[in-house]
Design a binder for this molecule. Structure first.
Ligand code: ZN
Length: 260
């Protein structure tokens, strides 16, 4: 079983993400990806009709995988995965702050527990939290329900404790390894399953300009864009965001949070 901190799960996540991107490249219809990545139901309702208002605490939200933005049709959702990390999360926060952009941080439970100061900085800056499990096991869709439950709910607890009581509003399965069970479990604990439309491929470290070009090319695929602030040297991610955030604004995009 993959443990976070090992290198193996990044490789598997690359493989999973590549699959998703291939689907995204094949069709630029957002709703066609409503069941991607890894979702059981490919219902086209992911972006609109199924949104329910988030009541505080553990009110149930939709179990459909979210891709759309609360900020409307011409907004993007910046999502930052796998942290927090003491080196890279502060740099990502700084770029976001410089550009006045709010993002969604999908955190690994034990890393949140190890760096509660960073979790609190993320919350204090107005960003939102997302549960990205305990172990970042990209094969968790093949595991027992008990295992999936533990991975999701323990991380929720760790992140909430680290934040000082602010709960994650979303659940993103590692590598998109959602199951119908995990989506409904997360939703019943107030966390909307969260997908992505554009994989920046930043963790492959292809070079800053390649990350920029990927996002510029694929942003028409849909609003939710995936970056990483942990799992290795993320200097290319930081540099790419420094270019991309002003570029997105120039293109007329605003920035929002994923729907719940
Ligand atoms: Zn991840």
């Amino acid at each position: 079983m993959a443990r976070h901190g090992g290198r193996g799960w990044y490789g598997r996540m690359v493989a999973a993400a590549v699959g998703v991107t291939a689907v995204a490249a094949a069709t630029s219809v957002w709703t066609a990806q409503a069941g991607q990545p890894g979702g059981g139901s490919a219902s086209a309702g992911g972006s609109t009709g199924s949104v329910r208002h988030a009541a505080p605490r553990t009110a149930t939200v939709s179990a459909d995988i979210a891709h759309a933005s609360e900020a409307g049709a011409h907004a993007v959702n910046i999502t930052i995965d796998d942290g927090p990390d003491p080196v890279w999360t502060p740099q990502v926060l700084q770029v976001l702050r410089e550009n006045g952009v709010k993002a969604t941080f999908c955190m690994i439970g034990p890393q949140a527990q190890a760096h509660p100061d960073l979790v609190r900085q993320v919350v204090a800056a107005g960003h939102r939290l997302c549960d990205h499990t305990v172990s970042h096991d990209t094969t968790m869709d093949k595991k027992s329900e008990a295992y999936q439950s533990q991975e999701i709910l323990k991380a929720q607890q760790q992140i909430t404790q680290a934040s000082g009581g602010v709960r994650p509003m979303y659940y993103r399965a590692p590598g998109g390894a959602f199951t119908p069970y995990s989506r409904h479990l997360a939703a019943s604990h107030g966390m909307r399953p969260l997908g992505w439309n554009v994989d920046s491929k930043d963790f492959e470290r292809p070079g800053t300009s390649a990350i920029v070009a990927t996002v510029q090319r694929e942003v028409a695929n849909g609003p939710t864009i995936l970056f990483h602030d942990a799992g290795g040297d993320r200097s290319q991610t930081v540099a790419a965001l420094r270019t991309l955030l002003p570029w997105l604004k120039q293109q007329g995009y605003s920035f929002g949070f994923p729907v719940r």
